[in-house]
Design a protein around this ligand. Structure first.
Ligand code: FAD
Length: 315
């Protein structure tokens, strides 16, 4: 079976991201998964092998880490030409999409983004119109280069050899036009990463102030969850943008999603509607979030949330 290249999303601090394991799971329906690590990512080879990577290509060094995505796309294009894979899968993340776009141009190839599933023949199911419709598409020029939306499937382990192969990095000056000047590590709290958390507690405009978000954080901490926010809450300065859930924010798919003071606009739903259980607290019984919620509390969040927190503390 032909190789399927999966471009690894990982960081030295957080290890392999869930989307990588999802891509390795999808890749098994297309051929034999090979992971491609572009940059320093710590000791992740065992995890990649556990989820089906027969081979693990590693391209590291200053020419990769010292610049933005251009060298990564160049190294990946050379690898594609060398191994002639059945497909290339990347995460539908900011970096994944940028590498995918550059790779498609370099190979004069078609590209599909935001896929939520992929069939054995490379047909991708894409979420469109903020996730309100699905469309099936196929690359008709070249091999399938497809970006996969995080939280599209449940990763399943399938132990494989995980043979590591170091790639020779050969990039030109044209790849070095944008240099990394400084890296500032995000302050890592004790909460789980938003897109990987099994419980997410999100606050919306109804939370009413940055200070009141302490209530959302407190409930998240009691449940061992991550904190999310609607765009209205982010735009109002209540919570930082990296925690925004939705079409222009992060996509989450936890076991439990709590929406506090969030109306349930389509753009918000796009980022959370595949959550397993959705609980909404909203004082407006007509709020659209109740159409989606498995459990709803019509009430003032400033009364409901402290009561819920007290109950959880007693258990
Ligand atoms: P509102 O719609 O104002 O709702 C606030 C809710 O809080 C109301 O239902 C109200 O009844 C309730 N409430 C108020 N006070 C209380 C209280 N004390 N107790 C209980 N309930 C209370 N939005 C996103 O979230 N994520 C995105 O990624 C995103 N991307 C977008 C992209 C585009 C191109 C566009 C056009 C919009 C996007 N939006 C996004 C914005 C989206 O359309 C909505 O405006 C936004 O989701 C509304 O946020 P909200 O529900 O917090 O606020």
């Amino acid at each position: 079976m032909a190789e399927v290249l999966v471009v690894v999303e990982a960081s030295a601090s957080a290890g392999v991201k869930k989307v990588t394991l999802e891509m390795l799971t999808f890749a098994r329906t297309l051929g034999t998964p090979s992971a491609v690590v572009l940059g320093e990512a710590g000791d992740i080879t065992a995890k990649l092998a556990e989820f089906g990577a027969e081979k693990i290509y590693v391209a590291a060094g200053e020419d990769i880490d010292g610049y933005l995505v251009s060298p990564k796309a160049t190294v990946l294009a050379a690898l594609v030409q060398q191994v002639q894979p059945a497909a290339v899968l990347l995460g539908s993340t900011q970096e994944g999409k940028e590498i995918a776009g550059r790779l498609a141009v370099k190979l004069d190839n078609g590209l599909l983004t935001d896929a939520v599933a992929i069939d054995a023949d490379g047909t991708a199911t894409q979420a469109i119109f903020a996730g309100s419709a699905l469309v099936k598409s196929k690359v008709t020029r070249g091999l399938p280069i497809v970006t996969i939306r995080p939280n599209s499937t449940t990763p399943s382990p399938a132990p494989a050899a995980g043979t590591v192969e170091q790639l020779t990095v050969s990039v030109s000056d044209a790849d070095k036009l944008t240099k990394v000047v400084e890296r500032v590590a995000e302050k890592k709290g004790s909460r789980p990463e938003l897109t990987e958390a099994s419980i997410v507690v999100s606050g919306g405009r109804g939370v009413a102030s940055a200070d009141n978000f302490k209530l959302v954080e407190e409930l998240a901490d009691l449940l061992g969850g991550a904190v999310g926010a609607s765009r209205a809450a982010v735009d109002s300065g209540f919570y930082p943008h990296q925690f925004q859930v939705g079409q222009t924010g992060k996509t989450v798919s936890p076991q439990l999603y709590l929406a506090l003071g969030i109306s349930g606009a389509i753009q918000h739903r796009a980022g959370m509607q595949t959550s397993k259980t959705i609980v909404a607290v909203n004082k407006d019984p007509e709020a659209p979030i109740f159409e989606l919620a498995d459990y709803g509390v019509v009430g003032d969040l400033f009364k409901v949330v402290p009561q819920a927190a007290d109950e959880i503390r007693k258990r």
